[in-house]
Design a protein. Structure first.
Length: 173
């Protein structure tokens, strides 16, 4: 019985712990833009948990397919602007000097010709918060708030069931 519970726990962690999005490495391939189609702009601020600007941090914008649509660097005030984006859903990432993603925005729908503004805030513990059109929250393995909490709940439930079963099992002889 212990082997079955252990196997189920490993399968649950493997299934739930796998990110639902995969990101392509390397340069971005952006969607084809029809000539004359108005392009959008994303502006924002990169801040730490104390609401201080994050100057000279890399800002990466990913399209709905996970590919990198654009990259820029925040200025000395932590402000960034990315222009020339076709209509799509985008996620903004703040990258530190070591190349680690320290802030991620929720997916935002940018319409043709629109300008969207967002503030991405990173804490020392890597918990991400955003303000703007939508808000982010706790994320484990890049799964998002809801999936992360469901994963933790499922793992806790399986672990509890395994411990109870192991405790109530008759001793092996």
């Amino acid at each position: 019985m212990r082997k079955i519970i252990t196997f189920a726990l490993v399968l649950a962690v493997a299934a739930l712990g796998t990110p639902s999005l995969t990101y392509a490495a390397g340069p971005a391939k952006t969607a084809a833009v029809k000539q004359g189609q108005p392009l959008g702009t994303i502006t924002g601020d990169a801040k730490n948990a104390q609401n201080q600007a994050l100057p000279n941090y890399k800002v990466r914008v990913r399209g709905s397919n996970g590919s990198v649509a654009a990259e820029t660097t925040s200025n000395t005030a932590g402000h960034f602007t990315v222009s020339g984006l076709p209509a799509d859903s985008y996620t903004v990432e703040i990258i530190d000097a070591a190349g680690k993603v320290i802030g991620v925005s929720p997916s935002m729908a940018l319409t043709a010709g629109a300008t969207m503004s967002i503030t991405v805030t990173a804490s020392a513990l890597g918990a991400i918060g955003t303000t703007g059109a939508t808000s982010g929250g706790f994320s484990l393995f890049g799964l998002g708030t809801t999936s992360s909490l469901l994963m933790l709940g499922g793992i806790a439930t399986l672990a509890t069931v395994g411990i109870v079963k192991a405790t109530n099992a008759s001793p092996s002889r």
